[in-house]
Design a protein around this ligand. Structure first.
Ligand code: TYD
Length: 209
C-alpha cells in the first residue's frame, strides 16, 4: 500500500519565465525519491481542456469579435473544473505528487489583475469550480516580462500579445498574491540561470515533504 499523502504543487509566473523547465526538474527529483509524480498544466490538462485551450489562445475560426472578459474567466474556470475532477483529485487521492504548470493564481493575475473583473469575483469562481482545492505550495517564478518574452520560442498567442502594460500588471498581481499568502507561496527570482532557479526550489522541497 502507498503510505504517501498526496501533495499539490503549482508553478506560476508570466509567460516565458521558465516554468516548464523547472516543473520537469522537480518531477525528476521527486521520482528519484520514489514518489509517483503527475505533471499537468492549465489550460489544457484534459481533453475537454485542450479544446477550451484552443478557443482561449487562438479564438474561434472565422470569428473576429473578442472573447468577453466574463466569458474568458468562465472558460478558464471550466478548464480548471474538469482538470481538478479528472486529473488532480484522483492523483492526490492515490498519494501522488501533482505538479501543475499554472492554476488559479493565473486566473487571479491575468483575468483580475489585468482585465475588468475583481479578484474576489475570480477567486470565488475558481473556488467554486474546484470545490475549494488550493495547492500546498506555489512557486512564483518572478521576472520582468520584458525579459521573459524574449525567451519565448513560439509566435505569440492571444494572451501573450496583450501588451507590455498588461504583462507588467500581471507580474505585479502575482507578487501581490504571494505577499498575501506567504505560507503557500515561494517567490523565486527567475532571471537567474536554470541552475540558480532550481537550487532555490530544491532547497524548499525538503520542507514541503
Ligand atoms: P501557458 O500554457 O502557460 O502558455 P504557453 O504554453 O504558451 O507557454 O498559458 C497559456 C496562457 O493562458 C498564458 O498566457 C496565461 C493564460 N492564463 C490565463 O490568462 N488564466 C488562467 O487561469 C490560466 C491557467 C492561464
Amino acid at each position: 500500500m502507498d503510505m504517501h499523502q498526496g501533495i499539490f504543487i503549482s508553478f506560476e509566473g508570466v509567460d516565458g519565465a521558465g516554468k516548464t523547465t523547472q516543473v520537469n526538474r522537480l518531477r525528476d527529483e521527486l521520482e528519484a525519491m520514489g514518489r509517483e509524480v503527475v505533471v499537468t498544466r492549465e489550460p489544457g490538462g484534459t481533453p475537454l481542456g485542450g479544446a477550451i485551450r484552443k478557443l482561449l489562445l487562438h479564438g474561434v475560426p472565422g470569428e473576429s469579435a473578442d472573447i468577453a472578459p466574463r466569458a474568458e474567466a468562465l472558460l478558464f474556470a471550466a478548464d480548471r473544473a474538469q482538470h481538478v475532477a479528472q486529473v488532480v483529485r484522483p492523483a492526490l487521492e492515490r498519494g501522488a505528487v501533482v505538479i501543475t504548470d499554472r492554476y488559479l493564481d493565473s486566473s487571479l493575475a491575468y483575468q483580475a489583475g489585468g482585465r475588468e473583473l475583481t479578484a474576489d469575483e475570480v477567486r470565488s469562481l475558481s473556488m467554486w469550480a474546484t470545490n475549494g482545492l488550493l495547492p500546498a505550495r506555489t512557486y512564483l517564478l518572478d521576472m520582468d516580462p520584458a525579459l521573459s518574452h524574449t525567451r519565448l520560442d513560439h509566435d505569440e498567442d492571444r494572451m501573450e500579445s496583450a501588451g507590455d502594460a498588461f504583462q507588467r500588471r500581471t507580474r505585479q498581481a502575482f507578487l501581490d498574491l504571494a505577499a498575501g499568502e506567504p505560507d503557500r507561496f515561494r517567490v523565486i527570482d527567475a532571471s537567474g540561470t536554470v541552475e540558480d532557479v532550481w537550487r532555490a526550489i530544491r532547497a524548499d522541497i525538503a520542507d514541503l515533504l
